[in-house]
Design a binder for this molecule. Structure first.
Ligand code: GDP
Ligand code: ZN
Length: 459
């Protein structure tokens, strides 16, 4: 299939000194050639080589930019089309000027994610691998990046394809048995085979689903809210966390949310700090937005950090905040531990229930290490390592795996109860379909467009 030629600036603006204008499609080399002046015409150069020259405006004959141009001919490219990358070292203006000239050469501006979409449409990668490209761009920690890389290399695809093959094998085995109805126990035998083989598939689905919680946290961050009365040290804690953080990642461009978020990396756990604006303004979350809205935020949060000023006695407001936490996992910080203790620890223990309590000080860093460990151990009972486990982290994949799990479970139950085999076959086929959606074998064009539209420009 031949698509039109597309181009975009492929480096995020403001990052690094070099920006790349990337072209992909059958006209890519010809279009670049009309603008490029170097020792050779790009038409004549070998594939996968890089060339120094100038980009010249064909109308004014003026040099726009000194460039290095890479020429990569299909099929050994990311999109499986001819790809040209024009490396510009100049500022934003000259890069934009180069792109403008490129777009005058019968080349269309790429939509967000369109390069990756081409790679998918041309069979270079499957859907879960394409989604991993996006995850990689947005990864908040090394672990999140590792998961994305594994997925991009096809680990999840491999597992899914393997499971789908097993399901086809089951269907084939059933067909063979049914074709010999003269065999007395055909139905019983078939159900037995079905039960055993489907149980094996269910076991493997369960196994990968067991990584979902950690995978999702690593991918999306653990939504965390810091609460406490005014002046207990919320802003100071926030500043400490941001300061300590190994990799601070700012908001993902293109995502608009009504709450302000900030990411910090705590021993590999990305915390997504929600509504930090309120904290920064030294305004109080509860005071600012009211009790009922606070309750809502705290309910959807995955972690609450509640600060108490341990230099003072507990107030009714403190007690109210304990109530607000509800069942959300929380860590209680008896802050200002550098000052004399005036809070009743027994009462705090009572109010805290099973939530851990730590003594902290933002002025002498006391308890921060313990806090980081408490967060890590609350969510990662077994440490995340680069072992051979296949992680699933994407919400869409998790939902499909859960549906597939339920479908295969129906098949197992049916086989167990001796339901007619053709009924069971339907459940097996449904499982096969659902797993196919993960890799994109059985998805609609609409969904594909929607998924790719979430990508960043130039990817
Ligand atoms: P917030 O209103 O809850 O955000 O509190 P802030 O972080 O703005 O802190 C209020 C005041 O308490 C500031 O003067 C901080 O320097 C001080 N403070 C915060 N944490 C500690 C602590 O652990 N010990 C002491 N002695 N002072 C602290
Ligand atoms: Zn504050």
């Amino acid at each position: 299939m031949d698509y039109d030629t597309i181009a975009a600036i492929s480096t995020p603006t403001g990052e690094g000194a070099i920006s790349i204008v990337r072209l992909s499609g059958s006209e890519a080399v010809a279009a670049a050639d009309r603008l490029f002046q170097g020792r050779k015409t790009l038409h004549d150069v070998d594939s996968h080589t890089i060339h120094y020259g100038k980009i010249v405006d064909p109308e004014t004959k003026k040099t726009v930019e000194e460039v290095m141009v890479s020429v990569m001919r299909k099929p050994k490219t990311f999109t499986r089309e001819d790809v040209v990358e024009i490396n510009c070292h100049g500022g934003l203006t000259s890069v934009n000027r180069v792109l403008e000239l490129v777009l005058d050469q019968n080349v269309r501006l790429a939509e967000p994610g369109e390069f990756t979409k081409r790679a998918f449409l041309n069979g270079r990668i499957d859907l879960s691998q394409a989604e991993a490209v996006m995850d990689l761009i947005r990864a908040k920690t090394d672990q999140a990046m590792n998961i994305a890389l594994n997925q991009m290399e096809g680990k999840l695809s491999h597992l899914v394809r393997n499971l789908r093959q097993q399901l086809l094998d089951i269907l084939a085995a059933v067909e063979v048995n049914i074709d010999y109805p003269e065999y007395d126990d055909a139905e019983v035998m078939t159900n037995k085979i079905l039960f055993e083989k489907a149980s094996e598939v269910r076991y493997q689905i369960d196994r990968v689903l067991s990584t979902a919680r950690q995978g999702k946290i690593l991918r999306e961050g653990l939504s965390t809210v810091i609460i406490g009365r005014p002046n207990v040290g919320k802003s100071s804690l926030l500043n400490q966390l941001v300061h300590e953080s190994k990799a601070i990642v700012t908001n993902v461009p293109g995502t608009t949310r009504d709450v302000i978020e900030e990411y910090v990396n705590v021993q590999g756990v990305p915390l997504r700090l929600v509504d930090t604006a309120g904290i920064r303004d030294t305004e109080d979350l509860v005071e600012k937005i009211g009790v009922s809205r606070s309750k809502e935020i705290l309910k959807t949060a995955e972690l609450v950090l509640l600060l108490i000023n341990s230099h003072e006695e507990l107030t009714d407001e403190d007690r109210m905040l304990f109530q607000l936490i509800g069942t959300t996992p929380a860590i209680i910080l008896l802050n200002k531990a550098d000052l004399p203790l005036n809070t009743s620890v027994d009462e705090v223990k009572n109010l805290a229930g099973s939530n851990p309590i730590l003594r902290t000080s933002m002025t002498d860093d006391r308890g921060l290490e313990e806090l980081e460990q408490a967060i890590a151990s609350l969510f990662f009972s077994n440490r995340v390592t680069e072992n051979n486990e296949t992680y699933v982290s994407n919400t869409r994949h998790i939902a499909l795996l859960k549906q597939a799990r339920s479908a295969i479970n129906d098949a197992i139950d049916a086989a167990d109860q001796g339901v007619p085999v053709d009924m069971t076959q339907i459940d097996i086929k449904r499982t096969w379909d659902l797993l196919g959606e993960i890799v994109g074998d059985t998805v609609s064009d609409g969904l594909i467009n929607e998924l790719f539209s979430k990508f960043c420009l130039g990817k």
